[in-house]
Design a protein around this ligand. Structure first.
Ligand SMILES: CC(C)(COP(=O)(O)OP(=O)(O)OC[C@H]1O[C@@H](n2cnc3c(N)ncnc32)[C@H](O)[C@@H]1OP(=O)(O)O)[C@@H](O)C(=O)NCCC(=O)NCCS
Length: 274
């Protein structure tokens, strides 16, 4: 098995990566191919784990991108193994080979990723939970600051403006409207007293909120139990039967698992020192 940067391979390998990704997370082929075709040496790059010295079927793929806020760290995403060879060590081999490449050939010291539902797989590879990171530049805290800025700006815009440059005095409001003799409505009655606070919720694992960076207690415990830092095996996993190439028309599942995941599950961020 060889891990190849797709821009150094054939159209066939790029197509297979596209089919593999779309089998898992159906999306427009044109958009997928745009990402795949943007692969380059200096990252972002899409990698394919290819059987039989690069001539065989694509067994897995992932994408590595730089993190502008941390030049020593790499962002790993779109990790997928061919459905015909899952649970046989291919995912582990794909990840460890990619990490070795990032460390030894590109000089990265840390890898970050996010996941909805594969926390255990990544914990078994040495990843631990971390604060959310913005993979496209800057810490996610910046997003909070941006939101705060927009909120403040909104408040500023809605607040009455005093024009200090023109010195125009605001027109005084007449005591009653010009149009008729109807006096203004009386002020509304005071609101009813507040309802008593709800009873305290029973103690238990808290669900992590989306992108919060704090996994649920349950998943944290499970991950802590299986955490390990395996080294790259000297030999790739042996597959008794090579899976066949996915057929875009026959094998692409129409359900968008990606959007289901996003709607139901929260995303956790994980990182590993390479
Ligand atoms: C997640 C995925 C890449 C794992 O690849 P794989 O080839 O099946 O994984 P491996 O066989 O190499 O598993 C390595 C270890 O992780 C464990 N593992 C893998 N997936 C797991 C899961 N979903 N839950 C718990 N453990 C898991 C394996 O049991 C194995 O443990 P071991 O080392 O103790 O034997 C693959 O299942 C996949 O492509 N899934 C769909 C796409 C996806 O969810 N990608 C991740 C996006 S964040």
């Amino acid at each position: 098995m060889d891990l190849l940067a797709v821009h150094q391979t054939s159209v066939r390998i790029r197509d297979e990566c596209c089919d593999l990704l779309n089998h898992e997370w159906p999306r427009s082929r044109a958009l997928r191919m745009r990402t795949i075709d943007s692969s380059r040496d200096s990252l972002p790059a899409v990698f394919a784990l290819v059987a039989q010295g690069g001539d065989g079927v694509v067994l897995g793929t992932l994408k590595m991108s730089p993190i502008p806020s941390d030049p020593k760290a790499v962002w790993i995403e779109s990790v997928v193994v061919h459905p015909g060879c899952r649970g046989k060590g291919v995912g582990k081999y794909l990840m460890l080979t990619a990490e070795k490449k990032a460390r030894e050939e590109m000089g990265y010291e840390k890898a970050y990723l996010s996941t909805f539902d594969q926390q255990i797989f990544y914990s078994k590879l040495g990843y631990s939970f971390c604060a959310p990171i913005c993979s496209y530049g800057g810490n996610i805290a910046l997003k909070g600051n941006l939101a705060e800025g927009i909120r403040r700006q909104g408040q500023d815009n809605s607040a009455p403006k005093t024009d200090k440059t023109n010195h125009v005095q605001p027109k005084p409001t007449p005591p009653f409207p010009d149009s008729g003799a109807v006096p203004p409505a009386p002020p509304p009655p005071p609101p009813p007293p507040l309802a008593p606070p709800p009873p305290p919720t029973p103690a238990g694992p808290l669900p992590s909120s989306s992108n919060s960076g704090s996994p649920s207690e349950d998943i944290s415990l499970q991950c802590a139990k299986v955490f390990s830092r395996p080294s790259l095996p000297s030999q790739p996993p042996r597959l008794e039967k090579m899976p066949r190439r996915l057929s875009p028309s026959r094998d692409i599942v129409k359900t968008n698992k990606d959007s289901i995941c996003r709607a139901v599950l929260s995303k956790d961020f994980m990182c590993k020192r390479l």
